[in-house]
Design a binder for this molecule. Structure first.
Ligand code: PMP
Length: 410
């Protein structure tokens, strides 16, 4: 994989920010888009746009074909047994809410348990809190180790005969921890619980095979994997999708509508009420083609190498605290850190002045920030267009920030 060649496909990277060449290290928040994705959207709107699944005219058929082909490509990308198990949503947040509504609220009762980790993104936490409140189920948390990993024995000790759902990020957006989902799914299944995986940070960066993971649901977002904003995916096992009620009711998702009752289409269309996100799905398919051409093993190895290099570079700077597992094999393509006791927003502002874009804040993981005993952290995240030179610039900018604040704080 040649990141320098890949960069040529990303027009946005070729610009100056505050007088410096842009160093984009915020792909975990949202990745940039290659020309191929931008071109797929332009081509669709210029030649094929129409509503899908209704018009009996040529554009209607073309748009429908492209939309359903996108579903097939996404299904192949995550090794789903069939395209019908891929539901297009607005993103990870909507996908997880659909499971919390359609599965948890429908099937849980008082005394049932939902098992989570305290490191979850709010999108994989708040919907379960709400489902627990609505059904009388309770939430239980698997304890985190100091380095942000979880131990399988703690998973086994937390999951009980009352557990109905285990929900967890495949890769933590703050600590970068890669969780052993298959082993955890086996623990969940042994007590008859389902395994819900937040794949927002894994599907863009690792080869993901839903059958090998044996997860019951997988949620992810297009915009973090080179696709447009506003498109995401919910994958589910067929038996659950068939048993679940739709979340949204209206046009497109119905079979027969009478004055006092209606019936629904089959999965996945019953979950896609209203005009679907047609262009978004087509853009996501172009992103999937792009990633497939490069190969997800190559993407994973590249991101991993950069994260290791960044970890080593930042570790050498006095006054920098790094969070998450030290063992690179347990870490995805990001490094989260703080500089002295300075608020991460201030660090990020100094880095921005050097053209380096990172994320700073609580990363939608307030409970985890409390465990780490910080109000915020800085996060540099890497993708296929980043190079070691980007990381050298990050390290240099962090040194500049440290010296600036050391001076300012006396
Ligand atoms: N889960 C994780 C682990 C994430 O990193 C994110 C995005 N920051 C989300 C969920 C939510 O994704 P979206 O905002 O695209 O719905």
């Amino acid at each position: 994989m040649n990141a320098l060649e890949i960069r040529k496909d990303f027009p946005i990277l070729n610009q100056l920010i505050n007088g410096h060449p842009l160093v984009y290290l915020d792909s975990a928040a949202s990745s940039q888009k290659p020309r191929q994705v931008i071109e797929a959207l332009r081509h669709y709107y210029e030649t094929n746009h129409s509503n899908v699944h209704r018009g009996v005219h040529t554009l209607g058929s073309r748009a429908t074909e492209a939309y359903e082909l996108a579903r097939e490509k996404v299904a192949r990308f995550i090794h789903a047994p069939s395209p019908e198990q891929v539901i297009f949503t607005r993103g990870t947040t909507e996908s997880l809410n659909m499971v919390a509504y359609g599965y948890a609220r429908a099937f849980l009762k008082p005394g049932d348990e939902i098992v989570l980790t305290p490191a979850e993104h709010h999108s994989n936490l708040v919907p379960w809190q709400q489902a627990a409140k609505a059904t009388g189920a309770t939430l239980k948390y698997i304890p985190l180790q100091a380095d942000g990993t979880i131990r399988l024995e703690d998973v086994r000790a937390t999951v009980s005969a009352n557990t109905k759902i285990v929900a967890m990020a495949h890769v933590s957006n703050v600590l970068g921890t890669i969780h052993p989902i298959r082993e955890i799914a086996d623990v969940a299944h042994a007590v008859g619980a389902i395994m819900v995986v937040d794949g927002a940070q894994s599907v863009p960066h690792l080869p993901v095979d839903v059958q090998a993971l044996d997860c019951d649901f997988l949620a992810f977002s297009g915009h973090k994997m080179l696709g447009p904003t506003g498109i995401g995916v919910l994958y589910g096992k067929r038996k659950w999708l068939d048993a679940m009620e739709p979340t949204y009711f209206g046009g497109e998702m119905i079979d027969v509508v009478e004055l006092y009752d209606s019936t629904w289409k089959d999965t996945p269309w019953k979950f896609e009420g209203g005009t679907p996100i047609i262009a978004g799905a087509i853009g996501l398919a172009a992103a999937v083609d792009y990633l497939t051409d490069i190969g997800m093993e190559a993407v994973r190895d590249h991101d991993h190498r950069l994260a290791e290099y960044a970890f080593q570079q930042l570790k050498e700077i006095d006054g920098v605290t790094i969070y998450g597992p030290e063992d690179g094999r347990q870490r995805g393509g990001l490094v989260t850190f703080n500089v002295l006791n300075v608020h991460a927003h201030d660090v990020s502002t100094v880095l921005d002045a050097e053209g380096v874009a990172i994320r700073a804040g609580h990363h939608c993981a307030q409970p985890l920030m409390r465990i780490l005993n910080v109000s915020s952290t800085a996060r540099a995240s890497f993708y296929l267009y980043n190079t070691e030179s980007d990381i050298d610039k990050l390290a240099a900018a962090v040194r500049t920030a440290k010296e600036f604040f050391q001076h300012a704080l006396g």
